[in-house]
Design a protein around this ligand. Structure first.
Ligand code: SF4
Ligand code: SF4
Length: 368
């Protein structure tokens, strides 16, 4: 780990301006539509200073927080996912010609993005998506084009939302990898660390001094307090076996009476990657586009093949989602498909909570 540096709050404007000068489009958390989302920022005051959010199962409210606190809002519905794995994009254009047709592969023109205020769970989720789209047998050229030359300024969490459980998933609240710079916010400024050669170069240009030992100790104390104070936990000690063994547990039927199969949980999940590919033809029949769109294992059509639907009931779809996230994902990719960000709990309209569902399945097994 690199030397810890001390950055006054006023220098955050310098960092933002420097990243713009270095050719990045700078994005940070911006309050909009009653939540926060990564949007273009030009200065610190574009971010929700002095605000915090409160989250519970099926509930999200943005409100007043602590005066002067820049990164008081933990996260919103939007993760990094849509910036690299686009919700909808054209993969191919097929043009009819006099004899035959011409196929053109499209490649997105992607700006170099710098993100300020990324949480540890979202960096962990990005590593999961990188594994799928970049480091598997097939490299996704669209994802790769957007992902290259990105710069991440992580913010270590010093408070958690009531729906967070990253400590259980070992993905937070401190960012340990995947960032160029990481910051821990204190009253007077930030304790900053570099995590890459590009981060070193940017930090050098900011002329930051070394952080005092007391500052470093206070910053890591706040992160530990945040980890220790998390309200939700997920016991992973018997996963993935528990979910494989409990495929017939009656809890799947119970949760299906509440689940609306609305797909919200998969849309907000920073690791979910299900998609569908469709051909869209222009009416006159001269041009066709092959389009990729986000899909969800909760949508009925997702399991429809050759006239048969192999997950016709909500019970089947909820079980598929949770078992994939916490069990078969590990067999497939070597990591859990869940980073404990809590978004699926907050944004589920009926407040279904996967930590509760796993605990209920475990307890029913124990009672048999
Ligand atoms: S678990 Fe909640 S968010 Fe997910 S599909 Fe069911 S109702 Fe929708
Ligand atoms: S399953 Fe839920 S808690 Fe886990 S990463 Fe996805 S949205 Fe976050």
């Amino acid at each position: 780990m690199s030397e810890s540096l001390s950055m006054p709050k006023a220098a955050l404007d310098d960092l933002i301006a420097l990243l713009w000068r270095e050719g990045f489009k700078v994005l940070g958390p911006v309050a909009r539509d009653s939540g926060v989302a990564f949007s273009e920022i030009r200065k610190t005051s574009d971010m929700p200073i002095g605000m915090r959010e409160s989250q519970e199962a099926g509930r999200y409210r943005l409100g007043a927080g602590v005066g002067g606190e820049i990164f008081g809002v933990v996260n919103g519905a939007g993760s990094l996912k849509p910036f690299f794995f686009a919700p909808e994009e054209t993969l191919l254009e097929i043009q009819r010609e006099r004899r035959g047709f011409k196929v053109t592969e499209t490649t997105p023109s992607a700006p170099r993005l710098a993100f300020i205020g990324v949480r540890a769970c979202d960096l962990a989720a990005l590593a999961v998506q990188d594994r799928i789209f970049l480091h598997d047998r097939f490299r996704d050229t669209h994802y790769a084009a957007r992902r290259q030359d990105t710069f991440f300024v992580a913010v270590n969490c010093t408070r958690s939302a009531a729906t967070c459980f990253c400590a259980s998933m070992k993905s937070g609240p401190e960012a340990r990898s995947g960032f160029d710079l990481s910051m821990t916010e204190m009253e007077q400024g930030f304790v900053v660390r570099s995590g890459s050669p590009v981060g070193d170069a940017i930090a050098a240009k900011l002329n930051l001094g070394a952080a005092r030992d007391e500052e470093v100790a206070a910053a890591s104390g706040r992160i530990s307090e945040c980890a220790g104070g998390m309200q939700r936990h997920l016991d992973t000690s018997d996963l993935p076996r528990l979910l494989y063994d409990e495929a017939d547990n009656s809890r799947w039927t119970e949760v299906a009476t509440r689940c609306l199969s609305c797909t919200n949980c998969t849309m907000v999940c920073p690791t979910c990657f299900c998609h569908t590919v469709i051909d869209e033809q222009e009416l006159e029949g001269n041009m066709s586009r092959r389009v990729r769109k986000w899909d969800s294992c909760f949508s009925l059509e997702h399991a429809h093949i050759h006239g048969i639907n192999f997950r016709p009931k909500i019970h089947d779809r909820y079980r598929q989602w949770l078992t994939h996230k916490l069990a078969s994902w590990i067999d497939q990719f070597g990591t859990s498909g869940c980073v404990g960000c809590g978004r699926c709990i907050t944004w589920c309209p009926v407040g279904i909570d996967l930590t509760e569902e796993v605990a209920a399945i475990r307890s029913q097994r124990g009672n048999r």
